[in-house]
Write a protein of this length. Structure first.
Lengths: 111, 114
């Protein structure tokens, strides 16, 4: 069945450093790849997404890259701040239908 | 405008009892999802509704789980004969069906089976 693997499960960085989270997906028909941020006790919220017709998308300090051939996509956060501390989930779907999430990455940004 | 709402926010039930969890999506959103999130874990897909199409039930873990969506709006997730392993946060999400794929999540229902 469909599967999304996410690494690392925990990531600790110093404030101002960059953070990279990587995901791989198994369903080659997937064409939509969102990233959600979930703060403690809160609901997940979309921070950035990418569709399979582009290889990279950037929004201020956040960027996502996609390698369709390798079925990899990654989240890059630059100039990390303490408020970036949260759990980040990647996901994959075809046309926004059934969505499979990765297991999550707990990011700690140390001040 | 109003976001996705879920009720109850917390539910404690005894093993073997049935429970119903409710989701009110954002008005006009045609797609609705249910997920389960166990403590410290990721989001496990349960079921997906899109308009009047047959739902994708492929994520339901057993026949004790069922869901319906009435009138294309409110959805109810029912768990029969609850087990302790059903304890989790159940999240609902909705999205517009018009080519935008962002899902908007509700606050979740925390289910505890004792």
């Amino acid at each position: 069945g469909e599967n999304v693997e996410q690494h690392p499960s925990t990531l600790s960085v110093q404030e101002g450093d960059s953070a990279v989270i990587k995901c791989t997906y198994s369903d080659s028909a997937s064409n939509y790849f969102p990233w959600y941020k979930q703060e403690l006790g809160k609901r997940p919220q979309l921070i950035i997404d990418i569709r399979s017709n582009v290889g990279e998308k950037k929004d201020q300090r956040i960027a996502v890259t996609l390698n369709k051939t390798a079925k990899h996509f990654s989240l890059h956060i630059t100039e990390t701040q303490p408020e970036d501390s949260a759990v980040y989930f990647c996901a994959a779907s075809r046309e926004g239908f059934k969505t499979i999430f990765g297991a999550g990455t707990r990011l700690f940004v140390k001040a | 405008g109003a976001g996705v709402s879920q009720s109850p926010s917390n539910k404690v039930t005894e093993k073997g009892k049935d429970v119903e969890l409710r989701c009110d999506p954002i008005s006009g959103h045609t797609a609705l999802y249910w997920y389960r999130q166990s403590l410290g874990q990721g989001l496990e897909f349960l079921i997906y509704f899109q308009g009047n199409s047959a739902p994708d039930k492929s994520g339901l873990p057993s026949d004790r789980f069922s869901a319906e969506r009435t009138g294309g709006s409110v959805s109810t997730l029912t768990i029969q004969r609850t087990q302790q392993e059903d304890s989790a946060v159940y999240l609902c999400a909705s999205r517009t069906g018009r080519g935008r794929y962002e899902q908007y999540f509700g606050p979740g229902t925390r289910l505890t089976v004792t």
